[in-house]
Design a protein around this ligand. Structure first.
Ligand SMILES: Nc1ncnc2c1ncn2[C@@H]1O[C@H](COP(=O)(O)OP(=O)(O)OP(=O)(O)O)[C@@H](O)[C@H]1O
Length: 242
């Protein structure tokens, strides 16, 4: 199987922002602004991961362990401080509800906007449009500005567009949680269908039941480092053992 995602020695550091007391700030100014008021910390450190085409991978870990940051690097919306991420094929990501949507535009216009961001041509979007709207079950709200959508409605439209882009790699961050149960079931069935067609899937979730249903491999992150990489059951076992 060819490699789908190849991550080598990835580092990402963020500035830790602190609110400072007036006294601390004045002292800092009096000392000639010496020293740094902000501290950096590593959200990802030396992360290397190779995912083959067609694999289903869950990124697991406690809050703040770096899962979403890693997914954002795979999707390309975030750039590393060091290391490389190599991707083979088209990536579609459901990473933040509403990302890639313009609030002042209707659902219809956003399908075209989002579809083109995800690499579809206008002709492809026109051909798929009815099927996208049908999958989303948005109905007549398709001509409403999306600022009036509920988070579940956003998800429905975003998911519908993403699966119609024919992605080679599908990334999902937690957001299925905002869908109601029937829609979640429909999404899971669609995800399975994509995987059976040989697509690669990377999921970030705290929902172990869902993760067990869709993923075979489990990668556990702890303080920005990979501490376990095996079957999804082994990964969940590792987390439960604390
Ligand atoms: N844009 C950013 N600027 C500064 N710090 C950030 C930024 N994005 C994430 N972080 C920090 O990086 C760390 C990892 O965050 P991340 O969202 O990747 O964790 P996570 O494992 O997805 O957590 P959760 O399970 O809570 O969603 C956290 O400490 C977070 O505060």
């Amino acid at each position: 199987m060819p490699v789908s995602i190849d991550i080598d020695n990835l580092d990402k550091r963020f500035v830790m922002r602190h609110t400072r007391s007036i006294k601390e700030s004045v002292l800092w100014l009096l000392k000639g602004r010496r020293g740094d008021l902000s501290r950096k910390f590593s959200a990802l450190e030396g992360v290397s991961l190779t995912i083959q085409q067609g694999e289903t991978v869950a990124l697991l870990g406690f809050n703040g362990s770096g899962k979403s940051t890693l997914l954002k690097h795979i999707s390309g919306v975030m750039l590393p401080d060091a290391g490389t991420v190599r991707i083979r094929g088209r990536v579609a990501g459901l990473i933040e509800v509403g990302a890639g949507f313009h609030p002042d535009l209707s659902g219809r216009d956003n399908v075209f906007l989002n579809g083109s961001i995800l690499g579809m041509t206008e002709k492809e979007i026109r051909q798929q449009f009815d099927s996208i709207v049908e999958f989303s079950e948005i109905g007549e709200f398709i001509d409403t500005e999306v600022r009036f959508y509920s988070s579940g409605m956003y998800l429905r439209l975003a998911f519908a567009v993403a699966v119609h882009t024919d992605p080679d790699i599908f990334l999902i961050d937690e957001i299925l949680a905002v869908g109601d149960e029937p829609f979640q079931k429909k999404c899971l069935a669609k995800i399975k269908e994509l995987n059976e067609a040989g697509k690669t899937l990377v999921v970030v979730s705290h929902d172990f039941d869902m993760v067990r249903k869709v993923c075979e491999r489990g990668v556990v992150l702890e303080h920005g480092r990979i501490v376990q990489d095996g079957t999804v059951s082994e990964a969940i076992g590792h987390l439960r053992a604390g």
